[in-house]
Design a protein around this ligand. Structure first.
Ligand SMILES: Cc1ncc(COP(=O)(O)O)c(C=O)c1O
Length: 386
């Protein structure tokens, strides 16, 4: 089965109880048992729910994997994977990563005795140098958020020794454009809130693997800690994921046109998009990804005030956190998604006060470009106080 077929068929056979063609929302917390200890595989919905089971089968198949565990958010999925570590263990982490992941690692899990080293993982020597005797996990985000730097997944996997695992947050690329497990990773994590759900109407996360022991450990923590999605959210996510292939083709098409427009504009200082030949890792992008995704970051000429003024003048790009929905969004990472990272760290990572991040939606690309053009023209450098 090819990708688009799996998205619509895997885990989604007719309902055995009624024949319903679409997987029902099993809005139940518990299941009536035939006799004490005799049930039909379902006992309590934190542990197992048929709607969630269908979503897990669908998402595992999209990563060509054996197993998936769905969570109430991307952060809950991330936390469950980090539950695989114990006090005293160390992880090597992509330095340019989602601010909430940084917050979980640095402000929460470090209090539980886990150690983290943040490195520029696009530099494989830096990754090698960060490894310690107690290193148990490599946390890769690629493309990174918001700088859209790439990490060579296969090269990091080549450094791994038995007892260590490589985890890839594949939220930005999606399984449609990047297959981390095929490149050697052990676990893939997604915020399904983003492209997989695809309509900005549900929060969710998933951890996917083909390693049975890792799956069982993640499943154990899914049930023990309890960060599971309700059946309604599982169902919405599954519905969104059915059209992932169609949507990703449009997102990438529009993002390429938007990135090229911005790169050619005199008011734009820098554009970050893996699909541009000017991207420093364009060759790696072509090798590792089958498309370049829908995220574009850029820096406008001028002070922060200009970027902030520009951002609220757009008509079709809503000023909002998040990404990956059919509608276009713009955000100012330094003040929004990455506000929890100390100023100095942000500057070092390139998350400067003039940086803007676009989640390019699937509207008509000409309308999006006209909108950007209008907002730039309405914010001339000369009128902005320095
Ligand atoms: C790359 C990435 N990973 C993880 C997350 C966390 O996901 P959630 O918001 O669903 O908890 C996000 C959210 O923005 C993200 O962008």
């Amino acid at each position: 089965m090819k990708f688009a077929t799996k998205a619509i068929h895997v885990g989604q056979g007719a309902d055995p109880a009624t024949g319903a063609t679409i997987v029902p929302i099993y809005q139940t917390s518990t299941y009536t048992q035939d006799r004490v200890g005799e049930h039909r595989g379902y006992d309590y919905s934190r542990t197992i729910n048929p709607t969630r089971v269908a979503l897990e089968a669908q998402l595992a198949s999209l990563e060509s994997a054996e197993y998936a565990s769905a969570f109430a958010s991307g952060m809950a999925a991330t936390a469950a994977v980090l539950n695989l570590l114990s006090a005293g263990d160390h992880a090597v982490v992509t330095d340019d990563l989602y601010g909430g992941t940084y917050r979980l690692f640095s402000k929460v899990l470090s209090r539980y005795g886990l150690e983290f080293t943040y490195v520029d993982m696009s530099d494989i020597d830096a990754v090698r140098a960060a490894i310690r005797p107690n290193t148990k996990l490599f946390w890769i985000e690629t493309p990174t958020n918001p700088m859209l730097k790439l990490v060579d997944i296969a090269a990091v996997c080549a450094l791994r020794v038995p007892g260590q695992i490589v985890v890839v947050d594949n939220t930005f690329a999606t399984p449609y454009f990047q297959a981390p497990l095929a490149l050697g990773a052990d676990v893939v994590v997604h915020s399904t809130t983003k492209y997989i759900g695809g309509h900005s109407d549900v929060i969710g996360g998933v951890a996917i693997t083909s390693n049975k022991a890792l799956h069982e450990a993640i499943k154990f923590h899914q049930n023990a800690v309890g960060g599971v999605p309700g059946p309604n959210d599982a169902w919405l996510t599954m519905r969104g994921a059915k059209t992932l292939a169609l949507r990703m083709r449009e997102h990438a098409h529009n993002a390429q046109l938007v990135a090229e427009f911005l790169e050619g504009h005199e008011s734009v200082k820098r554009v970050f998009y893996p699909g541009l030949a000017s991207h420093p890792q364009h060759e790696l992008a072509k090798r590792q990804m089958s498309g370049f995704g829908g995220m574009v970051s850029f820096v406008l000429e001028g002070p922060e005030a200009r970027a902030l003024d520009f951002a609220h003048r757009l008509e079709y790009f809503s000023l909002a956190e998040s990404l990956g929905g059919v509608e276009s969004l713009i955000c100012h990472p330094a003040r929004m998604t990455h506000g929890s990272i100390p100023h100095e760290d942000r500057q070092r990572r390139g998350v400067t006060d003039g940086l803007l991040r676009l989640s390019v939606g699937i509207e008509d690309a000409n309308d999006l470009i006209d909108d950007l053009q209008r907002a730039i023209a309405a914010t001339p450098l000369s009128t902005v106080p320095a």
